[in-house]
Design a protein around this ligand. Structure first.
Ligand SMILES: *[C@@H]1O[C@H](CO)[C@@H](O)[C@H](O)[C@H]1NC(C)=O
Ligand SMILES: *[C@@H]1O[C@H](CO)[C@@H](O)[C@H](O)[C@H]1NC(C)=O
Length: 261
């Protein structure tokens, strides 16, 4: 009798375990469930959070578009609290690091800032329905039109980092992939949102060909040659932070909307 009862108990436990498999999975692996159908059948579907993590960690490279299925996910991320919190976390870490530095009084300690999605935000442009947070093909003519308007707001936290570094005696240097022809419009845009002083504002000249990594490495090499010490470097693209003379520490801001190699 006891043996039968015990057997029943075990069978019931096994059946319950099977039936409530989904509920019994701990929270942290629950987000993986949507990629597997019932009975473990594979459903070809992108987990947008996994995609974003892979993009931010530079595991996925040379991607051209936000996956169509992730347009809404990326839109909610960018417009919501998470993007702001993620930016602020980077800024807090950058300031913590900057506080450990011994800044010389010679004005040669510089911090390299990228501009787009690092200093200025193109989110009003990317949120347009025809741009779809990077899920539609990049249109240079359209994007240049937006840049020319000079209406980009500051990236969350970036202005605070800029002001804090300035107050510490660390001089900002902007290195951007924006073309030289936009110099005046960019200066006006930077000043309008609160960036008013810098050591150098380096834009892409007609002879600056090649990859972004090569271009930015070359410009940083010139800075170092001129006696500047790059104590920090912040950008939304890995191409801002890889290559030569990247600086003593680099900081990566989030950007799941586009990739520049
Ligand atoms: C890019 O945008 C411009 C301006 O809106 C438009 O005239 C042009 O057709 C677009 N190009 C492509 C390839 O979609
Ligand atoms: C670009 O290179 C050409 C050829 O070497 C040179 O004549 C021109 O002055 C350069 N332009 C700039 C803006 O440096």
């Amino acid at each position: 009798m006891r043996a039968i009862f015990f057997f029943l108990l075990i069978s019931m436990a096994a059946a319950t375990a099977k039936a409530s498999h989904a509920q019994s999975i701990p929270n942290q692996i629950h987000p993986l469930r949507p990629t597997a159908g019932s009975a473990g059948r594979h459903v070809p579907q992108i987990n947008c959070l996994s995609w974003r993590l892979a993009v931010e960690t530079n595991n996925i490279q040379n991607w051209k578009l936000v996956p169509l299925q992730c347009e809404s996910y990326v839109g909610h991320y960018m417009l919501g609290k998470q993007y702001r919190d993620d930016c602020n976390a980077v800024v807090v870490a950058a300031i913590q690091y900057a506080k450990t530095l011994k800044i010389a009084k010679d004005g040669k300690d510089v911090w390299v800032f990228d501009i787009d999605e690092t200093t200025l935000s193109n989110l009003p442009y990317y949120a347009r329905s025809d741009v779809a947070f990077g899920a539609t093909k990049f249109n240079g003519t359209k994007f240049d039109g937006w840049t020319r308007e000079g209406k980009a707001p500051a990236v969350p936290g970036a202005l605070f980092l800029y002001r804090t570094l300035l107050a510490m005696g660390i001089k900002p240097v902007f290195i951007t992939g924006t073309k030289e022809e936009f110099r005046q419009v960019r200066i006006a845009n930077l000043k309008k949102v609160g960036y008013h002083s810098w050591v150098k504002l380096i834009l892409k000249g007609v002879n600056d060909t090649g990859s972004s990594v090569m271009y930015k490495s070359g410009k940083r090499a010139e800075l170092v040659k001129a006696g500047y010490r790059i104590v920090g470097n912040i950008g939304d693209q890995w191409s801002d932070l890889l290559g030569d003379f990247v600086g003593d520490r680099t900081f990566k801001l989030p950007d799941p909307m586009y990739y520049i190699g």
